[in-house]
Design a protein around this ligand. Structure first.
Ligand code: DQA
Length: 156
């Protein structure tokens, strides 16, 4: 079964109570269980991971190809704007990845407008709230389906 890894960066463990004007009231557990169900409904195995530590995220990305993941969905959170290490890990892993932000990072403070991973992402979703994770997952599914001739029907 196709495997997709969803990675959440720092402070996203606080979703549900953190800055609800920007991030809404869904908890990370609710988002993650919804993604696992959504993946199951589309015949893919979705695994989720959250860390507040840059090195743990880097290591998880490094291990992803060997663990059989075919694509990543990642919200690097604050590391979006600072982490060359996460960018380098994504490039080294060589898997297609979709960047997702719950809020529209271009409509906030200036420093959030710069992402160190956008130019190497297969796609970017932002400003849709938590449903953006599903949109990013759909993008990954579509990309992987396109790799397999004759499987275009799978997403319909
Ligand atoms: C975020 C946007 C980032 O700027 C911020 O640091 C986050 C969350 C988002 O999902 O909108 O923690 O990635």
């Amino acid at each position: 079964m196709t495997r997709i890894l969803v990675i959440h960066g720092p402070n996203l463990n606080l979703l549900g109570s953190r800055e609800t004007d920007h991030y809404g009231v869904m908890t990370l557990e609710e988002i993650d269980s919804g993604l696992v169900d959504f993946g199951r409904g589309h015949g893919v195995h979705v695994e989720t991971f959250q860390s507040n530590h840059e090195g743990e995220i880097v290591e998880r990305i490094q291990r992803a190809p060997g663990a059989g993941f075919r694509a990543l969905v990642i919200n690097p959170a604050a590391f979006t704007h600072t982490s060359v290490a996460i960018r380098d890990a994504l490039l080294a892993a060589g898997l297609p990845f979709f960047e997702i932000h719950i809020s529209n990072i271009h409509a906030r403070e200036e420093f959030r407008s710069r992402s160190l991973v956008s130019d190497v992402a297969s796609g970017i979703v932002m400003g849709f709230g938590p449903v953006g994770y599903r949109l990013a997952l759909l993008g990954a599914l579509d990309l992987l389906a396109a790799d397999r001739p004759g499987s275009e029907e799978e997403l319909s």
